[in-house]
Design a protein around this ligand. Sequence first.
Ligand SMILES: *Cc1c(COP(=O)(O)O)cnc(C)c1O
Length: 383
Amino acid sequence: MFHTSTIEISKSALQQNIKFIKDFVKEGTTISSVVKGNAYGHGIEQYVPLAEACGINHFSVFSADEAVRVFNTVTNGPTIMVMGQLSPEEIEWAIEKEIEFYVFDLHRFKTAIKVAKKLGKRAIIHLEVETGMNRTGLEANEIKKLLPILKKEGEHIRFRGLCTHFAGAESIANYYRIKKQKSVFEKIKDYFLKHDCIPEQYHTACSAAALRYPSTHMDMVRIGILQYGFFPSTETGVEFLTRKRENDSPLKRLISWKTLVMDTKNVKAGQFIGYGTSYLANQDMKIAIIPVGYSHGYTRNLSNQGRVLINGKRLAVVGMVNMNMMAVDITYTENVKQGDEVVIIGKQGDMEISVSSFGTASDQVNYELLTRLPHNIPRFIVE
Ligand SMILES: *Cc1c(COP(=O)(O)O)cnc(C)c1O
């Protein structure tokens, strides 16, 4: 294999997380597995079959490029839903392949009808409505214009869902904003009902909303971060565990990131290590060089800050993280040699580098850290 580090994805961890999600989500509610951002860095091609094996039959992505990858990977013919960007030609592809997609403005709505007519095939759409996030979503005046067209063009449009997205359900500080969004959504729902436009499904919840507000589950929940073994924020994790009176998280991290020691070297007291003067050896030291740097997703902010595991010990990154390499202090670790395993994220012996400790040190949220892991690091499935 031609690579400098590898990512492992744990099948048993996913099984545990999916079971946890199924247990708390209301009976009969579809779980849509959100696999945008390369399945939050886990790799769409590796992750999707594992999720299917756990009984998932609905996948959500942001855009057509991700939808294609899911489409080419799936085996059980699950539903694929695009929540974000689609060009007109991608809309044509989506309708052709029966991929469902969000409609959040009149322009896309009209394009969908036009293309559906041309193909002689119904567009399967989810109308996303604005409830207070102020990102994408149909405004009241647009809904008013859209409803009569939706009724008239029924044979070209399958009104699959009515949906919205909450603006920060992972933070208690947003409680009133979320509550307001819920009530706006209920009003819009009534408006549609009053005009006899009834979707097949209602869905609003992401991981945080699903965990904290069971009334948001409706017909489907769109679950991203939880399936990968992380709470949406520290706050939601603490709140959940306190409420359940549990100490141990029911979630398990799927991902581990590993590499091998590339070289070792002795450095004399008084010498600087690496570029510039950010690390001065104040005693005789021994360092290991690791073939992972910022071009591989190991952020430069972790210069003189990061930790990795070698020989079951937690060791400090010394000096600046380079484009392709970094140095680690092995002065007090016996017998480290070229080819020894280095854990960047994950477990070795009794020690663990968690994604969140890594994230906190580098000032990134789990979401960002995971999705920034380069696509070209090979992903392997492990038990
Ligand atoms: C990303 C996303 C989700 C999933 O969010 P998580 O916090 O990872 O569960 C759900 N819905 C929409 C519209 C999203 O963009």
